[in-house]
Design a protein around this ligand. Structure first.
Ligand SMILES: NC(=O)c1ccc[n+]([C@@H]2O[C@H](COP(=O)([O-])OP(=O)(O)OC[C@H]3O[C@@H](n4cnc5c(N)ncnc54)[C@H](OP(=O)(O)O)[C@@H]3O)[C@@H](O)[C@H]2O)c1
Length: 491
């Protein structure tokens, strides 16, 4: 089956940080795939900028190499690669200085009528200066959009400062705050599941749902990003953005339409209804962990402090019991869990239904387990609905849990586009539905800040856990205390 491709209008994209990891690993491979699928027009152009002095030819060679590393061999069609590379130009430019800006202006001058995208794949400290310069150079046209990457701030004040600096040059309708989790097919399928089927809405509330679990687990450690990560930690790196966005999509009321503001208004209401975890409650509602040495896949790995080379109380694991103060969700906890160097790489949302009120089956029929809906974002995207069914055969009534499995890869037999591919095309189309609005980012920080403050006041640091485990025992206790348990991803 071939996925339907709707070509986008002609555009120019300027990638600030064009020689960086994000650009070479995600953005250029993503653009290549859209080009190969004929979604990106042949007259579109890409200008990569960073300080490094390299010629456009040398830059194209590094992109050719990056495509070999980050695009499936089956999708690497040599003619298409060469045609795509011809769309690329490199300009050496210092975002903080004057070098390169006239070259960039000149390059853009031949595309005044096209859609223009500035993608800021640079450190967030550059967002303000780059936008100010784009403005003062007169490079913002009516059809211009700017894309900014996480992290947007490290607390509410710094997030506001970023939003204000970007907002001083661009209107909100031109600003695309990317959260690549929202570009995943399964996340959009969650909306299809909830709002294109009549089945779920009547049970999508406290009457039928016992609790929700969201797990984003990684097997990788911090590696050579230890210094960056140490200023961030799991709350800022994962929860404030990706995990709260997932929570919003599970919890939001049905929007009146699938347009950017209707969807984002509903997400904002969820963020605003999150019960604050004030410093006095932080120890009951959150568990921090930090990985110690251990083994992943049979290979010994060092602990966080060894990688960092100094002492630190930054959390590499976090479990939170979040609550939403609304009629729909009152009494339904949302347990969030994320961490590095955990047992498996997986991102899953588990919607755990309540048990049946009364069993009519004899004891030897087996346990009647509550239904569970599992939305899996990675590694293999899909949705499973666990139902009770009869074990086949004449051996009497034996009950067993059986998943109704909607594996997208198997059902639709299409290549699953990377989230960045989809989101880049949405930017060109000017569709902000899957991007965060300013007030959402700020509401998420408003909820996270008291947690950070509580940790600062606390005498306790993060609890150590062995690399390759499912995190500290406190993380397990957080649920056991409520008579519940974490569902292992993939089960
Ligand atoms: N990598 C990822 O998977 C990922 C995922 C999510 C979010 N992000 C975010 O995306 C941004 C970029 O991440 P990254 O991993 O790609 O970082 P990176 O590998 O360190 O790349 C940074 C890029 O910025 C350029 N740069 C630095 N200072 C500059 C200046 N003054 N003027 C112009 N260019 C400058 C660098 O090139 P020169 O040094 O040659 O100038 C380089 O191309 C960060 O905000 C990061 O948090 C990254």
């Amino acid at each position: 089956m071939t996925a339907q491709i709707i070509p986008v209008q002609n555009f120019d994209i300027v990638v600030f940080g064009g020689t960086g990891d994000l650009a070479l690993r995600k953005l250029l491979p993503g653009l290549y795939q859209r080009f190969r699928d004929r979604q990106m027009p042949e007259a579109a152009r890409v200008c990569a900028v960073s300080r490094r002095e390299v010629s456009s030819d040398d830059y194209r060679s590094s992109v050719r190499q990056a495509l070999t590393e980050h695009v499936n061999a089956d999708d690497l069609v040599p003619d298409e690669v060469e045609k795509f590379l011809r769309l690329l130009t490199y300009v050496s430019l210092d975002a903080n200085g004057s070098k390169g800006w006239p070259d960039l202006s000149e390059w853009l001058a031949s595309g005044v009528d096209k859609i223009r995208v500035f993608y800021l794949a640079t450190a967030p400290e550059l967002f303000g200066p780059v936008c100010a310069r784009i403005g003062s150079e007169g490079l913002v046209t009516e059809q211009t959009r700017v894309v900014i990457e996480k992290p947007i701030g490290k607390d509410l004040a710094s997030a506001r400062a970023v939003n204000d600096a970007v907002g001083a040059v661009f209107a909100e309708r031109q600003i695309f705050r990317i959260d690549h989790y929202l570009g995943k097919e399964t996340v959009q399928n969650l909306m299809a599941l909830r709002f294109a089927n009549a089945l779920f809405e009547p049970i999508w509330n406290r009457a039928a749902i016992d609790h929700v679990q969201i797990t984003v687990s990684e097997t990788v450690g911090v590696g050579n990003r230890a210094d960056y990560y140490d200023h961030s930690g799991a709350l800022r790196d994962m929860v404030q953005n990706h995990m709260l966005q997932l929570l919003c999509l599970v919890a939001m009321e049905p929007p009146s339409a699938m347009d950017a503001n209707s969807v984002r208004d509903e997400k904002l209401k969820v963020l605003s209804a999150l019960k604050p975890i004030r410093p006095g409650r932080v120890e009951q509602a959150t568990v921090r962990g930090q990985y110690a040495a251990g083994a992943i896949g049979g290979k010994a790995v060092p602990g966080y402090l060894e990688e960092l080379g100094r002492d630190s109380s930054t959390e590499t694991f976090l479990a939170i019991k979040a609550e939403i103060d609304t009629w729909r969700w009152s009494g339904v906890p949302f347990y969030l869990r994320t961490g590095k160097r955990l047992s498996q790489r997986a991102s899953e949302i588990v919607v755990q239904m309540r048990p049946i009120p009364h069993s009519i089956f004899p004891r030897d029929a087996g346990e009647v387990r509550p239904n569970r809906l599992v939305i899996r974002l990675q590694p293999d995207e899909g949705v499973r609905l666990y139902l009770m069914s009869k074990d086949p055969g004449p051996g009497g009534m034996r009950l067993k849990t059986t998943p109704l499995n909607l594996s997208f890869g198997e059902t639709f037999k299409v290549r699953y586009p990377d989230a960045y591919e989809r989101l880049l095309m949405d930017v060109v189309r000017g569709n902000q539905t899957l991007f965060m609005r300013k007030d959402e980012v700020e509401a998420a920080w408003t909820w996270c800040e008291p947690i950070l403050a509580g940790w600062q006041e606390s005498d306790e640091g993060p609890e150590a856990y062995g690399a390759g485990s499912w995190g500290p025992t406190g993380g397990i206790a957080l649920m056991v205390r409520d008579g519940r348990r974490w569902v292992e991803p993939g089960t």
